[in-house]
Design a binder for this molecule. Structure first.
Ligand code: 13P
Ligand code: SF4
Length: 308
């Protein structure tokens, strides 16, 4: 698609957003042309906060299913649209509510912290929610006498355990993309760019995180690079982040730890999908009220925890 047709589609989307009193939220991994038309690009925490605060009537969520569900959990009176309904998160599907209920019977005292990358049904069975930006603070908010069960990401749980004194058990889930990044790949890129700072997402394996200068959420990486005196960075996360990183830091260089780390689901949404969704106000994501109310308790508890 040429620049002119991209701009024409973006203009149509913006005018329909005005007409519908809508807001467009895009995750940092979305395609550049989708990020460019958004009201806000961000990580899961920022997008959840924005969804909870907006007075728009329609939220177009360019991301994956659990993100739109979280917006629906927080804003039951708004219409939440996920332009491509099949955009999901394989990690979120690695635990079901039934499996979690069974696990809770084995660990009746455990406080369950579920990553925001879970279904609404799993959040409804959880005590607290967390994101990659606040997992340590969320774990630290739990009574130290109680064991914690973190689901579904074993890597985020391992990272959190390393940075708290809480007793943390994990579910055996993982991100199929982040978990594939190897020490050998990182060492190769480090050798090519010996001066570069290595930023990794906490969804990476523990041995990869060992090599990182910092573990950060996607927006945490953008903020870190902006505030750093360094010029070169190796980035250990999905490659969509390279666009907002370079946009926010035009004088710096970013090298992917693995140029093939591409989340297929995050790339499903195109401008035509966004336009169609706004025209027909579908596909809508709506969480059944009985589940929504319980899931909201876990999300609200997370949102009440200060980041520092
Ligand atoms: P962030 O919340 O850090 O943006 O991560 C979301 C995600 O799905 C990472 O794979
Ligand atoms: Fe899920 Fe991984 Fe894609 Fe993030 S990058 S949405 S965790 S599959």
């Amino acid at each position: 698609m040429g620049d002119n047709s991209i701009r024409a589609l973006q203009d149509k989307i913006r005018s329909l957003l005005d007409k519908r009193n809508g807001i467009l939220l895009a995750h940092n991994y979305q395609r550049p042309e989708v990020q460019d038309v958004a009201d806000l690009c961000g990580d899961s925490l920022e997008l959840s906060i924005k969804a909870s605060e907006t007075d728009a009537e329609v939220i177009v969520f360019c991301g994956v299913h659990f993100m739109a569900e979280t917006a629906s959990i927080l804003c039951p009176d708004k219409k939440v649209l996920l332009p491509v309904s099949s955009a999901g998160c394989p990690m979120a599907d690695m635990i079901t509510a039934k499996q979690l209920r069974e696990k809770k019977q084995e660990m009746p005292d455990a406080v369950v912290i579920s990553y925001v990358n879970t279904t609404a049904e799993v959040k409804a069975e959880s005590d607290l929610c967390c994101t990659s930006a606040n997992a340590i603070q969320v774990a630290n908010s739990v009574n130290p006498a109680l064991p914690i069960l973190m689901t579904p990401d074993k890597n985020l749980a391992g990272y959190t355990k390393k940075h708290t004194d809480r007793k943390i058990s994990y579910w055996d889930g993982y991100c199929v993309y982040h978990n594939n990044l190897t020490v050998e790949q990182v060492k190769r890129v480090k050798k090519a760019h010996p001066e570069a700072v290595f930023l990794a997402h906490p969804e990476c394996r523990p041995e990869v995180l060992e090599l990182a200068d910092e573990a950060k959420s996607t927006s945490g990486m953008i903020a870190y690079a902006a505030n750093s005196g360094q010029r070169d960075f190796i980035i250990g996360t999905e490659t969509g982040i390279l666009y907002p990183l370079s946009k926010a830091n035009p004088d710096k260089q970013f090298f992917p730890a693995d140029p093939n780390m591409i989340c297929t689901d995050m790339k499903k949404t195109g401008l035509m999908d966004v336009l169609r969704a706004l025209e027909i106000l579908e596909p809508e994501v709506k969480v059944p009220e009985e589940i929504r109310v319980r899931a909201k308790t876990a999300v609200d508890r997370m949102l009440a925890i200060p980041l520092k």
